[in-house]
Design a binder for this molecule. Structure first.
Ligand SMILES: [Zn+2]
Length: 279
């Protein structure tokens, strides 16, 4: 087995107490679910955790994968420079993914790193993983960003994660970091759009059924109007389960801050030929 499990998680910096300074209490339900996700990932004992972050280096036409031996980052941008984190990258897995992506003609790889510092889309899951796994880390990491390329391309990249993990016989967990709509409350920081709650309801339903064919078919302009952050992140994760039966468990949804936060756990339960969602 190569992909042993996956999770979808949000990344509000506010959830880290050093940033939230009490403000994190309004999303306590999200915190509890996040802790559960992190405990489950720790129990899976992955050798490598692949975290997909919408706020890593991003290009319109290229999916960036972080190169090098490792990276650091902190919440300084959010007023908490003392909340610092450091990880080692699994550069063998990164190289394998990059090579497979090239074989598949996917515009993805380790070129064009503008800033190596860990972003908050990566750091928030890391905060919870550190609590559950302890430090020094018992695993290494891979950091993958998003692009403006079509949904299918991101799903395909996910397929290379699965293939690369199998080739290297790595126990890999995939964490799809991504917030849902930014328009779920009129008094939220971004205001309200009808597409906001509609998107959040739809994505929680689709992910809860692991209906990754439907995830691929969601209209891109609808997702854009809904102001989602994580759709392509969830698609990369979904691709890592291509051809697999998947058990999904949704743990929490909250929209109290005006941004939707959804959490779920996904485990593979055997091959399934009907679940190759791309020709
Ligand atoms: Zn985001």
């Amino acid at each position: 087995m190569a992909i042993i499990g996956a999770a979808m998680v949000p990344h509000p910096p506010l959830i880290v107490p050093a940033v939230g300074r009490g403000g994190e209490r309004q999303i306590e339900q999200t915190t509890k679910a996040y802790e559960k996700v992190a405990r489950q990932i720790a129990e899976w004992k992955p050798e490598t955790v692949v975290i997909i972050s919408p706020h890593s280096v991003m290009y319109q036409d290229y999916i960036h994968i972080s190169p090098g031996a490792g990276a650091r980052g902190d919440f300084g941008r959010f007023g908490a420079p003392g909340a610092r984190y450091e990880v080692a990258y699994d550069h063998e897995l990164t190289a394998e993914i990059t090579e497979l992506a090239q074989d598949m003609d996917l515009a993805a790889g380790t070129a064009g790193e503008r800033n190596p510092a860990l972003d908050h889309g990566f750091l928030v899951p890391l905060h919870f993983l550190k609590q559950a796994m302890g430090f020094p880390w018992p695993c290494r990491f891979v950091r993958i960003g998003l692009s403006g390329l079509p949904f299918k391309t991101h799903y395909r990249l996910g397929m290379t994660i699965k293939e690369a993990a199998e080739r290297l016989s790595r126990r890999v967990c995939v964490v799809a970091s991504g917030d849902l709509s930014h328009y779920v409350k009129a008094d939220g920081p971004y205001g309200f759009r009808a597409e906001g709650p509609e998107y959040d309801k739809k994505i929680m339903d689709v992910m809860g059924r692991a209906a990754f064919d439907e995830l691929l078919k969601m209209p891109e302009n609808f997702c854009e109007k809904a102001g989602e952050c994580g759709q392509r992140s969830f698609l990369i994760m979904a691709g890592a389960f291509d051809g697999q039966q998947v058990e999904a468990e949704m743990l929490s949804y909250q929209g109290v801050t005006g941004v939707g936060y959804g959490l779920g756990l996904f485990t593979p339960s055997g091959p399934d030929k009907s679940r190759h969602f791309i020709d």
